[in-house]
Design a protein around this ligand. Structure first.
Ligand SMILES: Nc1ncnc2c1ncn2[C@@H]1O[C@H](COP(=O)(O)OP(=O)(O)OP(=O)(O)O)[C@@H](O)[C@H]1O
Length: 293
C-alpha cells in the first residue's frame, strides 16, 4: 500500500501534517430493507466484514444498486428513516462500537448541497455555526482554517460569490472544502465527482490527492468508475452483486499522480479487465483475493 508522504509539501505549497491514527471496521454487517409491498425484506448487504486501519484512499466499487451507498452511509452512521441500520453486525471506529454519526467523520455526496443564499466563504464556514463545531473550535482558528482551505482548493478569488455563480466543479470544491475544513480523520465520499465532465473529474481527482498529501486521513470513496478507482486508490475493494459481499480486493503501490504510461501498462490494463469482469459477473462474490501491482 502506498504510504502517505508525511513530510511532503503539497502542490498548494502548505506543509503536510503527519497522519492521525485511525481505524474503521465493519464486522459481519447485514442490511435488510423492507420490500415495496411492506410484506417482506430484501437483503442488500450480507455478512460484510471490512477493516481499514490507517490513513489512505480506499475505493469501494460495485455494480449499480449492489449496496455501496448503504455501506458508506453505515460507516458514517447515517440512518434511513424507519429502517434499523445495520440489521445486524457492528461498526467500530478506533476499535469501539459506533452507533450514529462519529465526530471525526464527515461525508461528501455527489449532490454537493451548498446553500444558495450563502457566499462561498460562508458555505465553507457553515459547520462552525453549528453546536458541536462551534464549541470545538475557536472563531479565530476556524476563520483562519476557512481562508486556508479556500486557497488550497483554488476558490479564494471566488469567496464572495454564491453557488449559482459557480460551475459544477467549483461547487464540488466548496463541498470538499466544507468537509476538509473540519480536519476529519475519516472522510466518506459517495460518488463525489460522478456528475462532473471528464476533464473536471480528473482535475478534482488531482485536487483530492493534493489535499490528501497535505493532510492525510482515512478516505472511503465510492465510485462505479474503474479508471477512477485505479487512478486514486491505495486499496480497491470490489463488492459483488446484491446482496453485497467482498468479491475482490487489492492494493496499488504506484505513487499518485499515476502517469498515463502507468495507466496504459499491461498489468494495469489486466487489473482493469479483472475488475470489469467482476462488476459484470452475475454471481455473488467468491471471497477475497489480495494482490499488489
Ligand atoms: N431506505 C431504503 N429502503 C428500502 N430500500 C432501500 C433503501 N435504501 C436503499 N435501498 C435499496 O437498496 C439497494 C442498494 O442501494 P444503494 O443505494 O446502497 O446501492 P448503490 O450500489 O449505492 O447504488 P448505485 O450504484 O445505483 O448508486 C437498492 O436496491 C435500493 O433500492
Amino acid at each position: 500500500m502506498s504510504t502517505p508522504a508525511s513530510a511532503a509539501t503539497s502542490a498548494t505549497g502548505s506543509a503536510a501534517t503527519a497522519p492521525a491514527a485511525v481505524s474503521l471496521e465493519l464486522r459481519e454487517i447485514v442490511q435488510e430493507y423492507p420490500t415495496a409491498d411492506g410484506k417482506g425484506v430484501t437483503r442488500v448487504v450480507d455478512s460484510l466484514s471490512l477493516r481499514y486501519d490507517r490513513p489512505g484512499i480506499n475505493m469501494l466499487l460495485g455494480p449499480s444498486g449492489c449496496g455501496k451507498s448503504t455501506v458508506l452511509r453505515m460507516m458514517g452512521g447515517v440512518r434511513p428513516i424507519g429502517v434499523a441500520t445495520p440489521t445486524s453486525g457492528t461498526v467500530l471506529i478506533d476499535g469501539a462500537p459506533c452507533v450514529g454519526a462519529h465526530d471525526d467523520s464527515v461525508m461528501v455526496f455527489q449532490r454537493y448541497a451548498n446553500r444558495p443564499d450563502l457566499s462561498v466563504w460562508d458555505n465553507v464556514a457553515f459547520p462552525f455555526r453549528l453546536g458541536l463545531w462551534r464549541k470545538r473550535v475557536a472563531k479565530a482558528q476556524w476563520s483562519a482554517r476557512v481562508d486556508d482551505i479556500l486557497k488550497a482548493v483554488g476558490l479564494w478569488e471566488h469567496r464572495a460569490l454564491r453557488p449559482a455563480q459557480l460551475s459544477g466543479g467549483q461547487n464540488q470544491r466548496v463541498a470538499l472544502a466544507r468537509a476538509l475544513v473540519l480536519e476529519p480523520r475519516i472522510l466518506l465520499m459517495d460518488e463525489p465527482f460522478a456528475a462532473l465532465d471528464a476533464q473536471t473529474r480528473v482535475e478534482m481527482q488531482q485536487l483530492l490527492n493534493d489535499l490528501y498529501v497535505r493532510r492525510p486521513c482515512l478516505i472511503v470513496f465510492v465510485t462505479h468508475d474503474v479508471i477512477e478507482a485505479l487512478a486514486l486508490g491505495d486499496r480497491v475493494t470490489v463488492l459483488s452483486t446484491q446482496p453485497a459481499r467482498i468479491a475482490d480486493e487489492f492494493t496499488i503501490d504506484e505513487p499518485r499522480p499515476r502517469s498515463a504510461t502507468w495507466q496504459r501498462a499491461t498489468d494495469t490494463v489486466k487489473l482493469e479487465e479483472r475488475v470489469l469482469n467482476q462488476l459484470h459477473a452475475k454471481s455473488a462474490g467468491r471471497g477475497t483475493v489480495a494482490v499488489s501491482i
